[in-house]
Design a protein around this ligand. Structure first.
Ligand code: SAH
Length: 222
């Protein structure tokens, strides 16, 4: 490939594939929250994956982001964001920053996003990605998300983007009336579960079956 062809490729905005992703993968499958649709129509998802994967960034699938982790399938990002029922003024905690794409989508909709990643290399990459995409209302931390992030609690919503079992700490760090959403282990798969904190107890609803990378304990200094 000659130099000018390379330049065209790296400057590509992927506007068409992004709009096709929104219409064919999100709207056609029932995503109807206008804030979610607007966010995913405008955020350059290809900037959150390695340059070699950029052309696949708008495909209907999860993609590798290094360290054996993945960026979630676009539909799953939209579905999970929609299930948080965000109105705009919320402070949201995310467990599992990965490449930062879900954080970027949330940050476009709510007031502030706090996101924790246990793999140090991914935490640093997410910081670069979010800076490049100019998302200033996201605070990142490298740590074990199973412990939550006490300093800024309570949160209006907590979203977990790795699959496993809920940590008791999450409900404790949620406002009364707030929502916790996670892919809960269910046999060989996961199932989206949403819990609303009712104070002494919680209300629980189940949604889609899905597959996520595992929620693991501790920090990994890769
Ligand atoms: N939201 C991400 C999805 C990344 S995959 C995105 O948009 O790209 C899930 C991430 O959760 C992985 O990066 C994994 O390392 C992280 N993870 C798993 N267990 C964790 C824990 N206990 N605390 C913080 N992050 C965790």
């Amino acid at each position: 490939m000659n130099r000018s062809a390379m330049k065209v490729q790296t400057n590509q905005t992927f506007e068409r594939p992004r709009q096709r992703m929104v219409s064919d993968q999100l709207i056609a499958r029932g995503i109807c929250d206008a804030k979610v649709i607007e966010a995913m129509s405008s955020i350059p998802r290809h900037l959150f994956v390695d340059a070699a994967q950029a052309a696949r960034a708008y495909n209907d699938s999860a993609l590798p982001i290094g360290c054996s982790q993945t960026i979630s399938q676009p539909y799953m990002v939209a579905r999970m964001t929609e299930l948080l029922e965000l109105k705009g003024g919320e402070r949201v905690l995310e467990i599992g920053t990965g490449c930062g794409y879900q954080s970027a989508v949330l940050s476009r909709i709510c007031l502030r996003v706090y996101s924790i990643e246990r793999i140090e290399a991914l935490h640093h990459r997410a910081r670069q990605n979010l800076r490049a995409a100019r998302h200033a209302n996201v605070m990142l931390k490298c740590g074990d998300g199973l412990l939550g992030w006490e300093e800024y609690a309570p949160y209006d919503a907590i979203i977990v983007t790795a699959g496993g079992f809920a940590s008791d700490v999450w409900l404790q760090q949620l406002k009364v009336g707030g929502l916790l959403l996670l892919p809960e282990a269910d046999g060989s798969h996961h199932r989206l579960v949403r819990r609303r904190n009712l104070g002494q107890t919680y209300e629980q609803e189940y949604f889609d079956t899905c597959n996520f990378v595992p929620l693991l304990e501790g920090v990994n200094h890769y």
